[in-house]
Design a protein around this ligand. Structure first.
Ligand code: CA
Length: 236
């Protein structure tokens, strides 16, 4: 398991004071840090330095944070790289777009480094929990999804799913508690060259719920964004 000590965080921010403050705080917490003051430089470092996390300011010279986020997500090698966005209150609509483009979380400015660190740690905990289950079996209550056997069972009874339903369910189980946009799901399950509409995702989610009623209240529709699998034991 990766510890904070070996983790590399790329901090992207054009305001020098904030950049220095965040950098100092991460180093104090044992992270290795990389910094970039422009979107172009951020993308260059993502490619060459392979950071474990990106703290990404929204308003940047050259390429803005949204575009950087989009480019990172659309590159297969970095598609799952954790991203936390820094946004100003006045940029709330951009925040929604940021989450839609695949940012994992966001922190509104002004923020305390402590609050940012709490989000970072929560994000890494979520990732570790997922990585622990990378073994090939995902569980959700009595439901088991076995990747190597390509099989879904509930209390040992096999439930027959189509390949796309299986892929969609796998993606939801891999990312509990995380909002997955229809576009992200379409790209992950159907592929980038698929030209269907995002409604395809809705239809498949509905079918999954019909076949697996135990997920009826667990797969939440997130207004105007997409879907989220409720974390087990969570209230919402
Ligand atoms: Ca800025």
């Amino acid at each position: 398991m990766v510890t904070a000590n070996s983790r590399k965080v790329l901090i992207v921010e054009d305001e020098k004071d904030i950049l220095q403050l965040v950098k100092m705080y991460f180093e104090k917490e044992g992270f290795r840090t990389l910094t970039a003051a422009t979107g172009t430089e951020a993308l260059r470092q993502v490619r060459s330095e392979h950071p474990d996390l990106v703290i990404l300011d929204l308003m940047l010279p050259e390429i803005d944070g949204l575009e950087v986020c989009k480019k990172i997500r659309l590159t297969p090698q970095t598609a799952t790289l954790p991203i936390i966005m820094l946004t100003a209150k006045s940029e709330e609509s951009d925040t929604v777009v940021g989450l839609e483009l695949g940012a994992d979380d966001y922190v509104s400015k002004p923020f305390s480094p402590k609050a940012l660190m709490a989000r970072v740690k929560a994000l890494f905990r979520r990732i570790e929990r997922t990585a622990d289950r990378e073994i090939s079996v995902y569980r959700y209550g009595p439901l088991n999804l076995n990747l190597s056997r390509h099989e879904v069972t509930v209390e040992g009874r096999e439930i027959s799913l189509t390949a796309k339903e299986f892929g969609l369910l796998e993606h939801l189980l891999r990312n509990p508690g995380r909002v997955l946009t229809r576009d992200v799901l379409l790209n992950s399950v159907w592929g980038y060259d698929y030209h269907g509409t995002t409604r395809t995702v809705d239809v498949h989610v509905r079918r999954i719920k019909q076949k697996l009623p135990l997920l009826n209240d667990a797969i939440l529709s997130v207004k105007s964004l997409g879907y989220k699998l409720k974390e087990e034991g969570a209230n919402a």
